[in-house]
Design a protein. Structure first.
Length: 117
């Protein structure tokens, strides 16, 4: 059974930091690109970042470039999103997804991030 389990969300003040984690199982992790996708209230999904778990290359949406960093560890079947300098507009449910960006095969259940003073 494929599982993607996110954790690490919560409430943080503007300018703060959070680290989201995604634990994967049930598929060959190192064969899939891994992404973070977020959905803010009343808006559609927004791709945030992706990592090629085979080669380590990363890509970022312009809205978070320079503030967020994606990392992964094939030995742990895990991917992380390190979020710094958080803004209220970063408030969203953050999902971990496996597959080609835009054509993901698997999704997690999401973790809520709220940035508010």
């Amino acid at each position: 059974e494929v599982q993607l389990v996110e954790s690490g969300g919560g409430m943080v003040q503007p300018g703060g930091s959070l680290r989201l984690s995604c634990a994967a199982s049930g598929f060959t992790f190192s064969s899939y690109d891994m992404s973070w996708v977020r959905q803010a209230p009343g808006k559609g999904p927004e791709w945030v970042s992706a990592i090629n778990t085979g080669g380590g290359s990363t890509t970022y949406a312009d809205s978070i470039k320079g503030r967020f960093t994606i990392t992964s560890d094939n030995a742990k079947n895990a991917v992380w999103l390190h979020m710094n300098s958080l803004k209220p507009e970063d408030t969203a449910v953050y999902y971990c997804a496996a597959g080609v960006p835009g054509s993901w095969n698997y999704w997690g259940q999401g973790t809520q991030v709220t940035v508010s003073s």
